[in-house]
Write a protein that binds this ligand. Sequence first.
Ligand SMILES: [Zn+2]
Length: 505
Amino acid sequence: MIDRILFKSVYSLICITLLAACSPVETTKQPPAGARNVILFVGDGLGAGQTALGIQYGRLIGQSELNIDVLMQDGNTGYALPLPYERILTDSAAAATHFSTGQEVLPETLGLNPEGYPLETIVEWAHQRGLGTGLVSNMRVTHATPAAFAVHQGSRYVSEQEIMDDLLQQRDVDVFLGGGARALAPAGAWASEVLPGIPPELDLQSIRTDEAQRLDELVTDGYSIASDLPSLREAASHARKLMGLFAADHLPYVLDRRQMNLTNVPTLADMTSAAIDVLSRNDEGFFLLVEGGRIDYAGHANDPGTLLHEILDFDGAVGAGLAFQRSHPDTLVIVTGDHGTGGFSFAYANLGPIDKTKLNSGVDYQPGHQYPTTEPLEMLHRQDASLQYILQQAGTDPDTLIERVQTHTGLTITMDEAKEALVRDEAGDAWLKNNRIFNDDPGDNATALLGQALSRQTFVIWSSGGHTSDLVPTYARGPGADKFRGAYRNTHIYDVMREALEQAH
Ligand SMILES: [Zn+2]
C-alpha cells in the first residue's frame, strides 16, 4: 500500500513536470482491474416505464440521446429484481439497504437485517479503509435512500432528528448534499438562521426538540458548509469534507424552482460535480451515492410532465459522473432505480373511428385504435410547473385551475374535471375511490385526479399512486461493469461494487 502511494506520488510529480508527455500514457494503459472510485446513481422510482419515457424523449424529441441511453448502449445492462425479504414489492429504504449492504431486508427498515441486527454498510466499510464517502440527494438527506447508507433503524419513519443524528454520529460520511436543514437547526430556529443561503420559499422552522448545535460541531470537525449554489461552488474548490443543505425540507421539483426563480438552488448535476470535486481529493478513492429522489414523487403524484423533467435532471447528474469517469477510468459508475412508482405508461386509446388511408404501396391502413405519436412527449416537455404547484396556485377556484392548467401545460380541462381535481377530502374521491387503498396520500390524490384528467390528451395512464414491481434497468461503465448482465436480485449491485472496490484497495 505504502509502495503504491509512493509510486503514485512520484508518478504525479513526473506528470506535473512532463504534463504533455504523460497524458498519452494515461489514455492508452490497460483497463484497471478494480475500482478506485464508485459512483452509484439511484433514480428513485425509475422503473422500466420511466426509463423508457426518458429514452423516448431523448431519441425522438430532445437534442441528443440521454446519458442513461448512451450508457445502456455500452452493453453492460441488466435488470434488477427489486424484491425485499419475503415480499414482492419494495420501498426505498429496503431497496437502498440492499444496495448498501447486499442483504435482503424488510420494507421500511434502514441498515438492519430481518432479525433487526445492524448490517455494515458500504459507506462504513469504505470509511474504515480511508476512502472518501458522500451522499447526495435532491430529497432530505435524512430520507430513506441516503439514510440507508449510514443509519440503522427499524423504521425509516423515526424522527428526522434521530436520523440526522445517526447520519452524523460516526462521522463516516464526508460529503452530504441535499435538503433537510430543519433537522440540523436547533429547536426554535429557522433553517435559514444557520444556513443563510436557504431562500424564504424553502425555509421552515427546525423540527428538533433540543438545542444541539450540530452545524457548529461539524465545522469544528473540519466540514465546510454550503447553503446555496455560490457557497457550494466556493466550498467545492477546496473542501475535504462538506455539508451542503439547500432547503429545510426536500429540494423543489426542477420545474417549480424555475417558476419561483430559485436560480441559487443547485441542480442534482451541480451537487454531483461538487461532491466529486471534494471526494476526489482523497488519495484512497471514494464511494458516492447520488439519488434523484423527486422522480419518485412525480410518480406518486401521477404528474407526467414533472416526471419527465425530473428524469432529465437526473440524467444531467449521470452526465457529470460519466465526465469524471472518462478522465478517471478506474471509476465504476452504476445507474439504477430502486423500484417503479405510479405505473407510468403511454397507452393507445379508443377515441372513435379512424379514417382509412393508403400506404405508398397501395395497402389500406385503418388501425382500430389511436396510437400516440411523438406529440405527447412534446406536450409533457412543454409543461413548466408541477401539478402540485398548479393546484397550489389555483386555490379552490375551478376557473382559476382551468386557466392555470392551460398556462402551465398548454392542455385544457373541463369544468367538471377541474371541480373533481379540486376535491381534496380524505378519500381523494372520483376515480381514486376504487384504488384508494393504493393511493393513501391525500396530498397526492388531487394531483392524481388532475393527472388523470389530462390523460385523454397525453395518452398517459397510471396504475397506482404507489410503488410498482417493474423490473429495474441497471447499467454501468468502468471496472466491474460487465457484471451487470441478465436479471438478478438488486443485492447484486452491492456485490459488484464491493468486489470492484476490494480489488483496488
Ligand atoms: Zn416512493
